[in-house]
Design a protein around this ligand. Structure first.
Ligand code: HEM
Length: 573
């Protein structure tokens, strides 16, 4: 901390609240403010997404989603694009397991949440489909921007309202009268999805006893507390004893692997408290909580960069400085997520999701697992093993049918689900994300033609310059032996670099009031996700060292007791 920057400890957050930082605080704020003492609102919850390229709205009007292509023809319906280009086709085989995919979503919820405009009605009506006219909101700036389904649709053809609900994202209008979306979460990798990004949410998750988080104990095992406000939009209770989970982030019930990782880190936090308490009998509940939180965040950063990102970016990870070692904090970096990162690039993971999971020997289709807490409540071990053993799909232009035809389908109500690929494309148009070719050019890559990306795109788009970024980039071949193509690699690499080097609380930063000691850092560096799983999932006694790949001769099962652990008793004194 530099006294010359005294006046810079103050700022105004996106909601107009004055922020004053305490440079002596050892712990992160919940909303992400005061991480950067010179720019206290960098990365704060509620920040407007950064633009790497200016948005492209219809006729440049700053608000209407892109509707017309460069030839003057109407852009194809995102659902038609999804069915034609992003079907269940020939998925590339992959050596990664579903735990890799799962970490991707878990991390997504730490980083980003884009709120939709508040609106409780329906955007779909049958006359919209029959008349072929646009919903009036599309041109008047209102919340509705429904996705129209083709008459010949492979799945929804016989649904009377051939229309998927879609509401535009909540937005702010900037000084040039242009619609800008914002991130409800903090940008930082700070486990805000576990602890909450407001003080109120954080408080509601704490037990205020020995630093621990609240739990509900079922058959002798600790699970997440209950969210009594959850609705059937995001959680179905299907058997006696089911309840909807509550975590820092409200999306915790979306998918069993997600609820499983949340459960593991809840237990991990509480375990750390149990280990700190005997060596620090004098620590208050507050200190125990904050120290455990601090270590959990460090472990998540370590796993994210040295286990997860290396698989996603391959050799490009070192190009962006993402690997462990030689850390130096740079307070001039703004870590705020870019719009294109949240709205397109980091959604690459939707393609990794497999068609089914094998839970305790039973094959369950992906369309049948969303928003159902019963899987984790019945068997956390079974769900964890399903993700450790099941292969993920490749990150490519093919998607599991569960993702494109059955997402959040209501139990026993066929054809009530939606298509995440269509939604991602529509979301891109909603946010004015420029087409694929503009991004290629910006990053110095040759513009695509239908010959280079595949004639299949030409079946729906009249010009290759109209291809939406999400679908275009999904079709790229893997770059740098990672799992994404060159364009997403560039967008992801730069964003993860900024999230690391712009984070004063980064676990490797040794020069701050908040710093770990060098011994503690090297302990954290030895820890792997496999160890966290061993520590928190009852019944798992053997595991592959690399928890993001299936078991193989190079990644064989090891006894949990042989995996490195953080030596809290020795290093946290
Ligand atoms: C099967 C598991 C998953 C489900 C059910 C799911 C579901 C969803 C849904 C419903 C949305 C909102 C779409 C919209 O209306 O714009 C979304 C957004 C998103 N998803 Fe996923 N997703 C899954 C897995 C993943 C994975 C594996 C990743 C990344 C590796 C990911 C990254 C994202 C991101 C970055 C967003 C934007 C979040 C925001 O800013 O609001 N998701 N997902």
């Amino acid at each position: 901390y530099d006294e010359d920057h005294e006046e810079e400890r103050h700022g105004v957050d996106p909601s107009g609240r004055n922020v004053t930082c305490d440079p002596t605080s050892r712990y992160r704020s919940f909303d992400g403010s005061c991480n950067n003492l010179r720019h206290p609102t960098f990365g704060v919850a509620g920040s407007t997404f950064r633009r790497i390229l200016p948005p492209k709205y219809e006729n440049g009007d700053g608000r209407t989603p892109r509707l017309t292509g460069v030839t003057g023809a109407k852009l194809p319906s995102p659902r038609l694009v999804s069915v034609t280009v992003h079907g269940p086709g020939n998925d590339t085989a992959d050596d990664a397991n579903m735990m890799l995919t799962q970490w991707g979503q878990f991390l997504a919820h730490d980083l980003t949440r884009t709120l939709q405009a508040s609106f409780n009605g329906s955007c779909c009506s049958s006359d919209l489909v029959t008349s072929g006219v646009l919903h009036p909101d599309v041109v008047n700036g209102g919340p509705c921007f429904p996705i129209i389904v083709d008459r010949m649709d492979r799945h929804f053809d016989d649904v009377s309202t051939r229309c998927m609900e879609f509401q535009r994202s909540d937005h702010r209008t900037d000084l040039t009268n242009t619609r800008q979306q914002y991130n409800e979460a903090t940008s930082w990798i700070d486990a805000s999805h576990i602890y909450g990004h407001t003080e109120d949410r954080a408080r509601s998750l704490r037990s205020f006893n020995n630093g621990k988080l609240k739990v509900i104990t079922v058959n002798g095992e600790d699970f997440l507390p209950e969210n009594v406000e959850a609705t059937e939009k995001t959680c179905f209770k299907l058997q006696a004893g089911d309840y909807c989970f509550k975590a820092g982030d409200v999306r915790v019930n979306f998918y069993p692997g997600l609820s499983a990782l949340h459960t593991m880190f809840l237990r991990y936090h509480n375990k750390i408290c149990d280990r700190l308490k005997p060596i620090h009998g004098d620590w208050s509940d507050e200190i125990l909580y904050q120290e455990a939180r601090r270590l959990v965040i460090a472990v998540i950063q370590r796993i994210t960069y040295d286990e997860f990102m290396v698989q996603i970016l391959g050799q490009a990870a070192s190009k962006y400085g993402l690997l462990f070692g030689n850390y130096s904090y740079n307070s001039s970096i703004d870590p705020t997520l870019s719009n294109v990162f949240s709205t397109a690039a980091y959604r690459f993971g939707h393609s990794l999701v497999s068609d089914s999971l094998t839970i305790n020997g039973q094959v369950v289709e992906t369309g049948d697992v969303f928003t159902r807490p019963k899987f984790v409540l019945n068997s956390l071990k079974g769900v964890t093993e399903a993700f450790l053993r099941g292969r993920s799909h490749g990150a490519d232009r093919w998607f599991a049918k569960g993702m494109t035809d059955r997402m959040f389908e209501k139990p026993n109500k066929p054809k009530t689900g939606f298509d995440i690929v269509a939604r991602n494309i529509q979301r891109g148009r909603d946010h004015g994300i420029r087409p694929y070719n503009d991004w290629l050019e910006h990053f110095g890559f040759p513009r695509a033609t239908f010959e280079t990306i595949g004639q299949v795109y030409g079946r729906v788009y009249s010009s290759v310059d109209d291809v939406d970024l999400y679908g275009g980039a999904a079709g790229e071949t893997r770059a740098y032996q990672g799992r994404v193509g060159q364009l997403y690699s560039a967008i992801l690499g730069a964003q993860f670099r900024d999230l690391k080097f712009g984070d004063r609380f980064w676990f490797e930063n040794l020069d701050d009031v908040s710093s770990f000691t060098a011994d503690q850092v090297s302990q954290i560096a030895g820890l792997k996700l496999s160890r966290v799983i061993c520590d928190t999932v009852a019944g798992i006694t053997k595991i592959q060292l690399n928890a993001f790949q299936t078991v193989s001769p190079e990644n064989s099962l090891a006894d949990c007791s042989t995996l490195a652990d953080v030596d809290i008793e020795r290093f946290w004194v």
